[in-house]
Design a protein around this ligand. Structure first.
Ligand code: P6P
Length: 359
C-alpha cells in the first residue's frame, strides 16, 4: 500500500480498515488502545534513568525471573487498559502464569498475548528493550464464523461469542492464525513495528506531540545478510549441527561473503529489529544448558510467533531448526518455549540445511 512518510499510525490503521468493507473497526480500536499503552510505557522507560524506577521490585514472575519495576509497570499498564477496551475476550502475559480475564461486559472478539517488556535484564544498563504483542480472533463459542462465512454474517445456528469470557483455548492458536502482531522498541527513539497481514510498517514516536509517524513503509528484510546474532556463550551446550553451522559462518571465505559479523545484544526485540532492517539471522536454538528448558529459552506465544508473522510478512522465515516453521506450531500451553531461528530467507535456508545434516 503506497504510504506517504509522516502519516500518523492512526491514519494508517483507518486506511487499512477502509480496505476491508466488512470490517467492524474492532481491530482498529484494539490497536489504538495498545498504542496508548505503548506511549505510556515509553514515557516511563525514558524516565527510568532519572526516576527511582531502576532496580528490582522484589517479586519473581512465572518464569522465576526477578520482576523489575518497569516490567511490572508495563504489565499493569497493558492489562488495565486492555481489560476494558471491549475488543478482546481474554489476555495472557509473559509475566503471569494463567489467563488474564477482561472486565465483565467488555468481552470482544479478539485475544491478546503480550510480553510487556522483553529484555528487561537490560533495563539498568540502558540497552534497548521492547514490548511484543500478538492478536488472534477468538475461537470459542462459535467465535469463529463457519467456514466461508464472514465475521459479520450470523449464519444459521451460529451464535457470535461477543459478550462471553474467553478461555485458554482461545489463546492457544497457531501463529498462522494471527490477525495482527507487532512490537514497540524503546531505544534512541521509540518505534512501533506491526503487521495485520498486509505488509510490515514502522512508525517512530515524536514525543513532543505524542504521535507515531510512519518512518519505515513496507519493510522488507534483505534476502541475505552478513550478520548473525547468537549467544556463543552457549556453544558448548548446542548439538553438533548447530556448532557446525556457526563455525561455517565464521570461516574465512570471501567468495561466499564469510566470515559473517557477530551482532548480539541479548535483548530479543533489539536483535530482531536490527536484523529486520539490515538483514541477518538470529538464533536461540535448543541447548542442554537448562534441563527445565529443553526446547530453548524463548516463548512461542509472546516472542516467536508474533516475530515470525512479522518476518514472513517482510519476506523472511522463522523455524525451530527441527523441521518446523514457527507459524505452524499449535501451542499446547501458554508459556511453551521453542527454539527460534529467524531472519533473512537465504540464511534461514542455509541454517536449515546444516541442522538437517544436508550440508
Ligand atoms: P541470553 C531477555 O531476557 C531474553 O528473553 C530475550 O530478550 C533475549 O533474546 C534472550 O533472553 C537473551 O538470552 O541467554 O542470551 O542472555
Amino acid at each position: 500500500m503506497d504510504r506517504p512518510l509522516g502519516i500518523t499510525v492512526s491514519r494508517h490503521i483507518m486506511d487499512l480498515q477502509r480496505m476491508h468493507p466488512e470490517a467492524t473497526g474492532d481491530l482498529s480500536g484494539l490497536l489504538s488502545e495498545l498504542i496508548v499503552a505503548a506511549k505510556t510505557i515509553s514515557a516511563e522507560v525514558n524516565m527510568a534513568g532519572l526516576a527511582d524506577v531502576l532496580g528490582m521490585s522484589g517479586k519473581t514472575n512465572i518464569q522465576g525471573e526477578e520482576v523489575q519495576k518497569l516490567d511490572e509497570f508495563a504489565n499493569n499498564t497493558i492489562k488495565r487498559r486492555m481489560a476494558r477496551c471491549g475488543y478482546i475476550c481474554v489476555m495472557t502475559s509473559e509475566e503471569e502464569e494463567g489467563i488474564i480475564p477482561v472486565t465483565d461486559g467488555y468481552e470482544g472478539k479478539y485475544t491478546l498475548a503480550f510480553d510487556p517488556l522483553d529484555g528487561s535484564s537490560n533495563i539498568d544498563v540502558n540497552v534497548n528493550i521492547g514490548t511484543i504483542f500478538s492478536i488472534h480472533r477468538r475461537k470459542s463459542d462459535h467465535g469463529k464464523p463457519p467456514m466461508g462465512r464472514r465475521s459479520t454474517d450470523v449464519a444459521e445456528g451460529w451464535e457470535p461469542a461477543q459478550g462471553k469470557p474467553g478461555s485458554e483455548e482461545d489463546l492457544l492458536q497457531a501463529g498462522r492464525d494471527q490477525v495482527a502482531a507487532g512490537y514497540i522498541i524503546y531505544g534512541s527513539s521509540t518505534m512501533l513495528v506491526f503487521t495485520t497481514g498486509e505488509g510490515v510498517y514502522g512508525f517512530t514516536l515524536d514525543p513532543s506531540v505524542g504521535e507515531f509517524f510512519l518512518s519505515h513503509p513496507e519493510i522488507k528484510i534483505p534476502e541475505r545478510s552478513k550478520y548473525f546474532s547468537v549467544n556463543e556463550g552457549n556453544y558448548c551446550y548446542w548439538d553438533e549441527n548447530m556448532r557446525r553451522y556457526i563455525d561455517h559462518l565464521k570461516q574465512n571465505d570471501k567468495e561466499s561473503g564469510r566470515p559473517y559479523s557477530s551482532r548480539y545484544i541479548g535483548s530479543l526485540v533489539a536483535d530482531f529489529h536490527r536484523n529486520l532492517i539490515t538483514g541477518g539471522i538470529f538464533l536461540y536454538p535448543k541447548d542442554n544448558k537448562s534441563p527445565d528448558k529443553p526446547t530453548g529459552k524463548l516463548r512461542l506465544l509472546y516472542e516467536a510467533a508474533p516475530l515470525a508473522f512479522i518476518v514472513e510478512q517482510a519476506g523472511g522465515r522463522a523455524i525451530t531448526g527441527d523441521g518446523r516453521e514457527i507459524m505452524d506450531i499449535e501451542p499446547d500451553q501458554l508459556h511453551q518455549r521453542v527454539p527460534l531461528i529467524i531472519g533473512s530467507r537465504y540464511d534461514l535456508d542455509e541454517a536449515e540445511a546444516f541442522l538437517a545434516c544436508r550440508k
